[in-house]
Every structure is written in C-alpha cells, then in structure tokens.
Design a protein around this ligand. Structure first.
Ligand SMILES: *Cc1c(COP(=O)(O)O)cnc(C)c1O
Length: 431
C-alpha cells in the first residue's frame, strides 16, 4: 500500500515512510491510495469474532509490505489489551466506552499502535527518532505512556503551563526515561506553533529525525477504526440502522470511523458533535470552510478552530458536498447545554458522562429527533475523572479515582519550563 500527499497525489510513499515522516514534504496529509472493502462475511459472521483478528484483517492492507504479519499481530495484541464495551443508557441510545486503556482516553489506541510501529521501524537504526508533540491535555499522556521505554525513540511533549488538568499533567510529566515534558508559558496554540516551526527549521531537521504523534500521523489515525468495528459487532444483532456520534476536535477519530465504513461496515450515518468551536457544523450548513481562533470550553480536548483531519474527510467524499451531507451531520453545543445533559443523564440513569461524551450524546439526540428509527452509539472518549473539576461542579459528586490514575498522582512532576521558540530550538539542538 502506498500513501499519497493530499497536496499532490503523484507524491507517494510507503506506510513506513509515512509513519516516520508524519507529514509530506509539501505539508500535505498522507492518505491511503486505495481502501479495499473487506468481504461481506467479515461483517455478517454470527459468532463474536476475536477482536485481535478483526483488527488484523482491517488494518492489514494498509501496512502489509512494511510489517510482517506475525509482528503486526503482536503490535495489535500490545495495543488492544483492554475492553471496548458498548453500554446502553436509553432505548436506542448507547455509549461506546473508549476509556479503559492505561491513560483512560481513546488516544491510547492510536498512540500505542504508532509507538509499536515506530519501535519496530527503529530497530537496528543508528539514528534516533524524536517524536515532537503539542498537547492540550489527553494526547500528551497517551503518547508518553505509549512510547515509554521504546528503544530508538525519544519523545518531547509541549504543554501549556497551568492549562491542563492536574491528572493530565501528572500523566505526562512523571514517567521519565525517554519522555521529556516541556512546560510552555503560553497557550496550546503557542505550543502547536512552536512544534510546526520546528518541523520547518532545517537547523533542527538536519540534526535530528523529527516526527509527529498527532492524528495527522497515519499510524495514530488509522487504528482508531478498530473500535468502530468492535462496537458494530456488539449491536448488529439489534437489526437496526446503526449511527455513530463522535465528539470531535481535530476530526481524526470520526474520519477513522468513515474508513471503517469504506471497508464495508454498515453504518447508517455519522454525527460530528462539537462544542462551540463550530467550524464543521457551519461548513455542513453553508458549504464554506472558515477556520477560526479556538474558544476555550469545558470539553477542552475539542477546542480546535481549524480541524487538521477535515481535509481527509472531504477527500474521502471527493469534495462532493452533497454526498458528504448524506452521510454526515454536525451539531454544536454550548457548555451550559453540555452540563445540563450530564445532569439529566446522571439523574435518569445514574451514568456519569465526561463533558466530551456529553457533547456526543447531545449530537446523537439531536439527530434522532428526525431519525428515531436508528440505533445510536456515542463515543465516550475519556473517563470522567480526567475532567474531575467539571464533573464535580456539574454533578456535585466525586467519582472514584481508578488505580491507573492513582498510580501517577503520587509521583513527582518533572518538566522543563520554556517561554520561547529559541529555547525549544536550543534544547533540540543539544545532545
Ligand atoms: C482528542 C479528544 C477528542 C477529539 O478527537 P479528534 O480525533 O481530535 O476529533 C475528543 N475527546 C477527547 C476526550 C479527546 O481527548
């Protein structure tokens, strides 16, 4: 399988090259040159399949020349050693819990898969690869955890000082080993801009091999299709049209779901649910894409004003707006509405949603007003304790802290404070 740059489809590279580079030299996102549907039997089989086998068959075509089957199976087993339960909350409304991994966010899946691939590609290489990543919260922890101890790979994480939750900060600053946390005086956008500048700075790129671990990297983006397949598997016997509502920020997760659909998974519709960062809901209404400066909300992992993966979605539909509208609806919700939904669901069912999941719930309910005949699944993208302040303020309860979080809370934070690009540059040029 080759991957082309979305800026120039004649520029093609292997999976391995796409993973190591992250982004094409012309700044285009990589995209698979072909998505071949799996056999209908793959989706119809009655007995519950082995999830590792399902994942293997789904991802195989994208990586097959670059990773031997036995290694790919091992990578999948390392990535998916936790569950992805679908929990029904109301009639025709269920949530897919994606928070049972080591850092309790769905990003564990992509981060671990990518770390394992890069670890494999780095074997017997002289030059170390540096993963440079900016985080507004969850990415950092998942990436740090996924790459911890991977030989030949160093990870440098930039996060905005004082703007991530205490749990998130501990998850990315307490691991040590090959993980370095840089605490930036500034906003997430400042962190992201520093990372982008570093990738374009030949002083740095001539000195070290840099790659990104954001969802633009195909090894982080594509494995996210696994759990859409697992969810479908769990609800297909209902015999209803299945729709997915995905709380979206950079739109990598929902785009992976659309790839699962291209593989032949029967999905009725996708719903992209956002907070007030509503570039995509507006696009779906008017057909014009107008990026904006991001607005801070309680679902802060989705505070994105120019979603990087949306070009992939448009490309999947060959930029045919009408075709896209048939398969995708998008709605935006305020913090107040989100908190009301958290309260209402907690009162009615006892279920505690995190603010991101709650946005997904709202989008699903909005869609089902006009399409009541569907079975809706919204993605719970993080465990509610990762957004403890919001959950406590909104619901007046203190959820129990799970053991994998407790473990990091007692550890000592280690970070290097930086305030400018020059400081980042000199750190990257050292050693
Ligand atoms: C990253 C993240 C999202 C957004 O996912 P995208 O793939 O960027 O759309 C949603 N919820 C949580 C909790 C996240 O960490």
């Amino acid at each position: 399988m080759r991957f082309y740059s979305l800026n120039n489809q004649n520029f093609k590279v292997s999976f391995k090259e796409a993973v190591i580079a992250g982004i094409a030299p012309d700044r285009g996102l990589y995209f698979p040159e072909k998505i071949s549907p799996l056999s209908p039997a793959f989706f119809q089989a009655k007995e519950t399949n082995d999830p590792h086998q399902t994942a293997f068959e789904a991802i195989h075509q994208f990586v097959n020349e670059d990773i031997p089957d036995a290694v790919l199976k091992e990578i999948i087993a390392n990535t998916l050693d936790f569950g992805f339960p679908v929990v029904e909350l109301e009639e025709n409304v269920a949530t897919l819990e994606l928070f049972h991994g080591p850092t309790m966010a769905f990003k564990d899946v992509g981060a671990r898969f990518m770390a394992n691939c890069l670890g494999y590609f780095s074997q017997n290489q002289k030059e170390e690869v540096t993963v440079l990543v900016a985080t507004s919260g969850d990415t950092g922890g998942a990436v740090a955890n996924g790459f911890l101890g991977v030989e030949g790979v160093k990870v440098v994480i930039l996060y905005p000082s004082g703007k991530v939750s205490e749990i998130q900060e501990k998850q990315l600053t307490t691991l040590g080993q090959n993980i370095e946390a840089l605490e930036v005086t500034g906003s997430f956008d400042d962190c992201q801009n520093m990372v982008k500048t570093a990738f374009l700075d030949s002083d740095i790129t001539e000195h070290r091999k840099l790659t990104s671990a954001n969802s633009i990297n195909v090894a982080r983006w594509l494995p996210q299709l696994f759990y859409f397949l697992f969810a479908y598997e769990q609800v297909k016997s209902k015999g209803k049209k299945v729709v997915f509502s995905v709380p979206s920020g950079n739109f990598g997760n929902i785009c992976a779901g659309m790839v699962a659909q291209k593989l032949g998974m029967p999905v009725g519709h996708f719903i992209a649910s956002t907070n007030v960062n509503n570039v995509v809901p507006k696009f779906m209404e008017k057909g014009t894409y107008e990026p904006m400066a991001s607005i801070a909300t309680i679902s802060n992992a989705m505070d994105v004003g120019d979603p990087s993966n949306f070009v992939r979605i448009r490309h999947l539909y060959q930029n045919d707006f009408v075709a896209l509208q048939k398969n995708l609806s998008s709605y935006s919700f305020s913090d107040l509405t989100t908190q009301e939904a958290m309260k209402q669901v907690h009162t009615n069912t006892g279920y505690v949603m995190d603010p991101h999941g709650a946005v997904g719930y709202l989008g699903l309910k909005e869609y089902q007003k006009k399409h009541p005949d569907t079975y809706g699944i919204f993605l719970e993208t993080a465990h509610p304790v990762k957004f403890l302040d919001v959950v406590e303020d909104t619901l007046g309860i203190s959820p129990e802290i799970p053991p994998q979080i407790q473990k990091v809370m007692g550890k000592e934070k280690k970070s290097i404070k930086i305030a400018s690009y020059a400081e980042l540059k000199s750190l990257l040029l050292e050693s």
